[in-house]
Design a protein around this ligand. Structure first.
Ligand code: APR
Length: 181
């Protein structure tokens, strides 16, 4: 399902983000930037050793990546030239700034994309797997955050995709698209 915000095409796609033919894909990482399961494991397997090598340098230099922030590495063997690693919040019931932190993941990832002249970017559904954020709530936060960024930035990427792994997640994002736009 597609929509347009100013100069940007926003696309919801069900599939595997490691196969995305875009300039950058976004990883749902952890603060230590140490490989995990879920989409993180899939991206690292597909991208190869360069991702861990650059994550190790960032760990050494900056101590990792705080929740709500993002860092960038090469994409290695992926089609995508870059991987932007962002750290979503763990769901703790909704009163621990989870929505603000999740919105910040999308803002910070897009800010890094603009800084690196990235024209096309694909996001997974951050925090809704191992981190337990309810998908219907996360979808509204994600799409609202992306919409706000594009409205406020004339240099936002021309293509922003959400690549949702399963039908249930895809359906939540389709419903959220109707409510946000
Ligand atoms: N393509 C797209 N989406 C995927 C893929 C894939 N190849 N594999 C998994 N997903 C989906 C999951 O189905 C879920 O909808 O990504 C979404 C996010 O789930 P997680 O990967 O579990 O991410 P998150 O909930 O943010 O938890 C992050 O998990 O792997 C660890 O190191 C990571 O500690 C961090 C934590």
């Amino acid at each position: 399902m597609n929509t347009r915000i100013k100069q940007t095409d926003l696309e919801l796609i069900q599939g595997d983000i490691t196969k995305a033919e875009v300039d950058a894909i976004v990883n749902a990482a952890n603060s230590e930037l140490i490989g995990g399961g879920g989409v993180d494991g899939a991206i690292r397997r597909a991208g190869g050793a360069v991702i861990e090598n650059v994550c190790a340098e960032i760990r050494k230099r900056e101590g990792g990546c705080p929740t709500g922030k993002a860092v960038i590495t090469p994409g290695g063997d992926l089609y995508a030239k870059y991987v932007i690693h962002t750290v979503g919040p763990v769901w703790e019931g909704g009163n621990s700034d989870e929505a603000e932190l999740l919105a910040s993941c999308y803002q910070e990832s897009l800010r890094l994309a603009v800084e690196n002249s990235i024209q096309s970017i694909a996001f997974p559904s951050i925090s809704t797997g191992i981190y337990g954020y309810p998908t219907e709530k996360a979808a509204v936060v994600a799409l609202t955050s992306v919409k706000d960024f594009v409205m406020q930035n004339n240099t936002a990427p021309a293509i922003i995709q959400f690549i949702l792994f399963d039908a249930a997640t895809n359906n939540c994002y389709v419903d959220a698209l109707w409510s946000v736009f």
